[in-house]
Design a protein around this ligand. Structure first.
Ligand SMILES: NC(=O)c1ccc[n+]([C@@H]2O[C@H](COP(=O)([O-])OP(=O)(O)OC[C@H]3O[C@@H](n4cnc5c(N)ncnc54)[C@H](O)[C@@H]3O)[C@@H](O)[C@H]2O)c1
Length: 342
């Protein structure tokens, strides 16, 4: 690292890159984006308008550059593992988008290699920085909901255009699948963070768009958490609503409903006939900012992790765990919806 600022490169200048870029822009005293790499020159040029950065088309050239301290990897899922392993070998710090990799074995190999290399390694799991969930965690910890009996999550999105495009979204490649490998990391990280591990699950997947896409675009995973509660997590790429999130937590003395598309987004219910519930203070309706600000915060926090030489807020082992859960869910769905233990 240079004496003053972390020299950062963004590898992958697609859809999510501007959000990460905004995070680095908010900590100008700590980090500076000096490199941008993408095989698509137009994407790289667009992102480069924000920074005085060198453009690379070959990621190996970027990784070999001794003037880079930290690489932020925003590539298609199936490239996370090979590219992360090459970055770790150069001992550069690494921030890697979710899913950490497409298999549990690959995820653990990244984790172990990063640890051995002594680098700062983080997984960009923005769920941890969504304010509604941060408040939900506080409420759950107060015990107001009693014993948790049921947790339901829903991640709807309309990804029809991306599924039928030529990029990686609808293609199986080695990426492990569709809606589940893409949205599952957020949900299973959320469950692990708020409620602990999953004991067992059953999964169902289906595919509505079959013309250009090769992957499942709908999935349901249900089962038991180790804390004793039941859970049901649904994912769809075929819903005519913006990409959004919903969490329902039901306990023996209260319930919490969190919904990005509802105003207000977080309500607490403690009476059986109280249809209005209680609005959780300090959380405004901001469906657009919900995702954007969480990514900006995650990037800033990772920069601070490196500068302050401390462990990341999002434990990469939890991100390995969620890939294990997703792998098990695919196994269940592909084997006649078999009940699998985690
Ligand atoms: N945290 C979130 O909420 C969130 C949201 C969207 C995407 N993501 C993750 O970010 C990653 C990227 O997603 P996206 O939506 O930005 O995808 P995208 O397809 O829009 O962007 C990927 C970029 O990588 C480039 N690329 C592909 N192969 C390359 C290579 N060999 N070398 C250099 N560049 C290459 C493509 O040209 C493209 O510009 C995915 O893993 C996805 O899961 C996370």
């Amino acid at each position: 690292m240079s004496a003053n600022k972390l020299r950062v490169a963004i590898l992958g200048a697609g859809l999510i890159a501007p959000n990460h870029a905004a995070g680095f822009q908010e900590v100008p005293d700590l980090a500076q984006v000096v490199g941008i790499c993408d095989i698509n020159r137009e994407n790289a040029d667009n992102l480069a308008t924000l920074f005085d950065a060198k453009i690379y088309s070959d990621y190996r050239e970027l990784i070999a550059d001794p003037d880079i301290d930290l690489i932020d990897v925003l590539l298609p899922h199936h490239l996370h593992y090979p590219v992360a392993m090459e970055i770790i070998a150069t001992k550069k710090h690494l921030l890697l988008e979710k899913p950490m990799a497409v298999t549990y074995r690959q995820s653990m190999e990244i984790f172990e290699s990063a640890k051995k290399a002594g680098i700062h390694f983080g997984v960009a799991e923005n769920t941890r920085y969504i304010r509604a969930y941060v408040e939900a965690e506080k409420i759950i910890k107060t015990g107001k909901l009693g014993d948790i009996t049921l947790v339901r999550t829903f991640l709807p999105a309309n990804e029809r255009i991306r599924l039928s495009s030529d990029d990686f979204w609808g293609k199986r490649l080695d990426q492990g699948g569709g809606a589940l490998i893409d949205s599952g990391p957020h949900t299973f990280y959320l469950l692990k963070w708020l409620f602990g591990e999953i004991r067992e699950l059953v999964a169902f997947t289906s595919q509505l768009y079959k013309v250009d896409s090769e992957v499942e675009d709908n999935a349901d995973v249900r089962g038991k958490l180790a804390c004793g509660a039941d859970f049901l997590s649904s994912f769809t790429f075929t819903a005519e609503v913006p990409h959004s999130e919903r969490l329902e937590v039901y306990g023996t003395t209260g319930s919490l409903i969190v919904d990005q598309l509802v105003n207000p987004p977080v309500r607490l219910y403690t009476e059986p006939v109280d249809f209005d519930g209680t609005q959780v203070e300090g959380l405004e309706y901001d469906p657009m900012g919900w995702h954007y600000f969480s990514i900006v915060e995650e990037v800033k926090d990772f920069v601070r992790t490196v500068v302050e030489n401390r462990p990341p807020t999002v434990d990469p082992l939890d991100c390995c765990y969620v890939v294990k859960v997703i792998e098990k869910a695919y196994n269940s769905a592909r084997n006649g919806n078999k009940l699998v233990t985690i």
